[in-house]
Design a binder for this molecule. Structure first.
Ligand code: MLT
Length: 396
């Protein structure tokens, strides 16, 4: 008799962002015509930049001609795409072989799919508060999950010590949801811990393009020793507005081996079996991000999101509300006012000001009492949200 995967019984009823969208849909149904301002899920509001659009159009035209047409693409990525990504890393002083770069459909898929490389008995450490897909993807496979809480006292950047025993660890820096960023010395401590234990770091670099402080690492491969213990997963969703376009990349160094097996070679075997790659058209658009013109344009968009961050931070300053993030990351992480719980504050904001944010508790229990604003909304909505926040929360 067929047995379904009963690990699904161990998941929360619904995924965080799905639960939020259901709540908002219900509110809108009951309050038709309300202007709801969405500062919840980190979905971009600016269109793709011109250089990317031009490359996508050209690639569509290539597919119309016999001489430039492409059928199946190499499963691990087109040479032009891998070269573009390797060139981007080189600008940060990181040398990669092109075969260490794998194309993907984005980080959220890849952060779960990569688990295929590891045995179910390997434990995983999740540093919380954390992007909820880390936990859910591991619950689905029935893996033992260890939770490492962080808080204001360590700047949401906990370090490993001998008591931290796990085979895998997710590290997201700049962090979703707190916006905290590991500096090179702290990240080195995680790298040394992983090498000493034979653990593997799954480094989520989805927000690296938001780093302003040049002393902070954009990639774990800027840290000595990372090539023997880390896999980096990145996405163009936030870097270049690809949330609805879908393309990302994963870096697995050739030196990365565990139990006598080479993880780069294993991922080649996995991808060549489980995917037919990413379309020619998308890879052309994605490669254009890394041209000089493409980078200039995406940073112009990022500058607009950073203005949004300033606008929300100014409102929180005015209200005397504690927060972090917003500078090297597109998220602002704040303490809920008036002692409210995360979900109480969510309901309060939606009901009284029609603002949607993300309850901190959705990122792990230590996120209770906190709240996250995304800065990816439109400039108009963000300004209006800041205005409504002040109006609602200032002492009258
Ligand atoms: C978030 O809001 O945390 C992210 O946008 C969700 C995602 O990238 O899937």
């Amino acid at each position: 008799m067929l047995k379904p995967n009963t690990n699904y019984n161990n998941l929360k009823d619904s995924y965080l962002f799905y639960r939020i969208s259901q709540k908002v849909a219900k509110y809108l149904d009951e309050h038709k015509g309300s202007r709801v301002l969405r500062l919840g899920i980190g979905d971009v509001s600016l269109p793709l930049c011109k250089t990317v659009i031009d490359a996508l159009h050209k690639a569509v035209d290539d597919q119309a001609n016999k001489s430039t047409f492409h059928g199946y693409m190499p499963e691990c990525g087109a040479d032009f795409f891998k070269k573009a990504v390797a060139g981007y890393y080189e600008k940060r002083g990181v040398k990669l072989l092109e075969d260490e770069v794998f194309v993907s459909s984005g980080a959220s898929d890849e952060l779960g799919d990569i688990l295929d490389l590891f045995d179910k008995s390997d434990s995983v450490l999740v540093i919380e508060p954390a992007y909820p897909a880390y936990v859910d993807a591991n619950v689905m496979v029935g893996r033992e999950i260890l939770h490492l809480s962080s808080g204001k006292e360590n700047g949401f950047l906990p370090l490993p010590d001998e008591s931290v025993k796990a085979d895998l660890v997710y590290i997201c820096s700049p962090n979703n949801p707190t916006g905290a960023v590991f500096d090179k010395q702290s990240l080195k401590k995680w790298v040394d811990w992983a090498n000493a234990r034979g653990a593997v770091i799954l480094f989520d670099a989805a927000y690296e393009a938001f780093i302003e402080d040049d002393t902070l690492p954009h990639s774990i491969f800027q840290i000595d020793g990372a090539r023997t213990c880390a896999i980096e997963i990145c996405s163009l969703s936030k870097t270049a507005g690809f949330t609805g376009t879908r393309c990302g990349y994963t870096v697995i160094p050739k030196e990365l081996e565990r139990g006598g097996m080479n993880l780069n070679a294993m991922w080649v075997r996995n991808r060549t079996t489980k995917t037919n790659g990413v379309s020619y058209i998308l890879q052309r658009g994605a490669a254009a991000v890394f041209t000089d013109e493409g980078l200039k344009e995406i940073y112009e968009n990022i500058a607009i999101y950073k203005q949004n961050a300033k606008c929300i931070m100014a409102a929180l300053d005015k209200l005397g509300i504690w927060y972090c993030g917003g500078k090297n990351a597109p998220y602002i992480w704040l303490k809920c006012p008036k002692g409210m719980s995360s979900w109480e504050f969510f309901d309060y904001l939606l009901d009284k000001a029609q603002i949607v944010g993300t309850p901190g508790e959705g990122f792990g229990s230590c996120g209770e009492g906190y709240f996250r604003f995304s800065t990816f909304g439109s400039v108009e909505d963000t300004k209006e949200a800041a205005r409504r926040l002040v109006e609602l929360l200032q002492d009258k």
